[in-house]
Ligand binder design. Structure first.
Ligand SMILES: [Zn+2]
Ligand SMILES: [Zn+2]
Length: 136
């Protein structure tokens, strides 16, 4: 069981099932969305995630490009969001309370990494999208 939550407790969830390796995105959009060097996400099957509190309060922001992010409107913590294919949840690794037991598989948009940041944590590196497109 892997638990996750936001800073204020507005959303809490449990994952009971397999999770993917992590994908880290270093693009400028993810930097703004997180206020950090980018975001790390992992995925789990739709049926593997169970909400304990929320998710009705979670807000979503979508750009014209189709890029979107979910977050807690009270504390701002990035939140899990259902992939448009309806089959998986895309989960920001930073909101996990437990070790997911997986490691970084790939870094994407390394070509636009912040001047003050560096790739770390291992995994393949791609200047833009990696071969797996679904988890930015
Ligand atoms: Zn919150
Ligand atoms: Zn990104």
């Amino acid at each position: 069981m892997i638990r996750g939550s936001c800073l204020c407790g507005g959303f809490q969830f449990e994952i009971d099932g397999r999770v993917s390796d992590l994908h880290r995105c270093h693009c400028s959009v993810c930097r703004k969305a997180t206020g950090a060097g980018g975001i790390a996400v992992l995925a789990t099957a739709t049926k593997s995630l169970r909400w304990i509190s929320g998710p009705e309060g979670i807000r979503e922001f979508q750009r014209e490009s189709g890029w979107s992010a979910a977050f807690c409107p009270t504390c701002g913590t990035p939140a899990p969001r259902q992939h448009p294919n309806g089959k998986i949840w895309s989960i920001p690794a930073g909101c996990l309370d437990d070790d997911p037991g997986t490691r970084v598989a790939e870094h994407i948009f390394v070509g636009s990494i912040a001047s003050w940041d560096a790739v770390s944590g291992g995994g393949a590196e791609y200047d833009e999208w990696g071969p797996e497109h679904e988890s930015s």
